[in-house]
Design a protein around this ligand. Structure first.
Ligand code: FES
Ligand SMILES: [Fe+2]
Length: 344
């Protein structure tokens, strides 16, 4: 892994020792896929059984990107000279040379992978070979009682701004005021902060069930954000509409956001909601996300270093502190690991 010079530099690429969604399931078909997440290059591919594997995207021979090569099921082959690497990161064949000493070497980092609810989650540890922590997704994604659509987008902004944006419910009434479900309610409100088992809720005091009135942060093996927005009857069965979101760093300046739009509906009502969403609601949701994207991609340079926060920003300020605290712990551990490697 790269070396970081400061905690800020470290945090700019996200928290580790966590699962992060990296791709939607539909993005991995027959060929290997090369991506950058948390500043690291990864290759992912699906084997014959449909299971997804992830390795560092670097051929151990001379460093070509393995994602440009071939999917051979239980292994990938480099396009450049055909070296084959299995899912554990071990070289299993060097076709150009007989008895090559590179064969049998385990020299490519491998990443634990889980495919859940239409997305690929990868565990990013501080070093290779660490045992991943368990991942528990919010019930909107984990329970069969719920039905959801995954929407992904890549934004030209550091993930910390994308997280701040969700932690700020008050922007709904302004930025999204012309949008279908967010025109209601007070333009002024007091906000309060309440702890939960895995994080906290930041909510309007008094107003509930009218607009984007609360947001929750949770960390259950992966850091997520959750909120709900009331829906009018004309938006079909399922009642309140929920969003569960993740902001996965691509690199210092880019983020992939994952937003699941969820409703608790079963049976024929589920079909009605899914039909309505596809034919009518999805477009409206993209409009809302576009408003967020435009604001975030055009923030002042280094906006976070020159801001004047007020009471509505307590939620994002708290979350920044949580990230700072955990980031500091990880950064110190990583420095110790890297120092002991350098001296051995
Ligand atoms: S660089 Fe991959 S086989 Fe040579
Ligand atoms: Fe928004």
């Amino acid at each position: 892994m790269k070396t970081f010079n400061s905690l800020d530099e470290y945090l700019a690429l996200g928290l580790r020792n966590r699962w992060h969604p990296v791709l939607s399931s539909w993005e991995i078909e027959a060929n290997p896929v090369g991506i950058t997440r948390l500043g690291e290059n990864l290759v992912l591919w699906r084997d014959d059984a449909g299971d997804v594997h992830a390795l560092e995207d670097r051929c151990p021979h001379r460093g070509a990107r393995l994602s440009l090569g071939w999917n051979l099921g239980n292994k990938v082959a480099c396009w450049y000279h055909g070296v084959e690497v299995d899912k554990t990161g071990t070289v299993v064949d060097v076709p150009a040379v007989s008895n090559c000493p590179l064969e049998g070497q385990s020299c490519v980092r491998s990443y634990p992978v889980q495919e859940l609810n239409g997305a690929i989650f990868v565990w990013f540890g501080l070093e290779d070979g660490q045992e991943p922590t368990p991942l528990e997704l919010p019930e909107q994604l984990a329970s069969k009682e719920w039905s959801s659509f995954l929407c992904i987008a890549d934004w030209k902004v550091n993930y910390q701004y994308a997280v701040d944006n969700v932690m700020d419910p008050m922007h709904g009434t302004f930025l999204h005021s012309t949008s279908h479900s967010m025109s209601e309610g007070d333009k002024q409100s007091d906000m309060e902060f309440n702890r939960t088992k895995n994080g906290f809720i930041f909510e309007k005091t008094g107003q509930k069930g009218v607009n984007f009135d609360w947001v929750e942060y949770g960390d259950t093996g992966s850091p997520w954000l959750r909120l709900s927005i009331p829906y009018k009857k004309s938006f079909g069965p399922g009642g309140v509409f929920w969003i569960v979101g993740f902001a996965t760093p691509i690199d210092e300046h880019h983020t992939r956001v994952f937003f699941w739009r969820c409703r608790e509906v079963q049976g024929w009502q589920r079909n009605t909601w899914r039909f309505l969403y596809r034919t009518h609601l999805e477009k409206l949701h993209w409009d809302v996300l576009e408003q967020d994207r435009i604001i975030l991609e055009n923030m002042a340079p280094n906006a976070q270093t020159q801001e004047f926060l007020y009471q509505h920003d307590v939620g994002l300020a708290r979350l920044r502190r949580i990230f700072q605290k955990e980031g500091k712990k990880q950064f110190t551990q990583l420095q110790a690991l890297q120092a002991s490697k350098a001296s051995s």
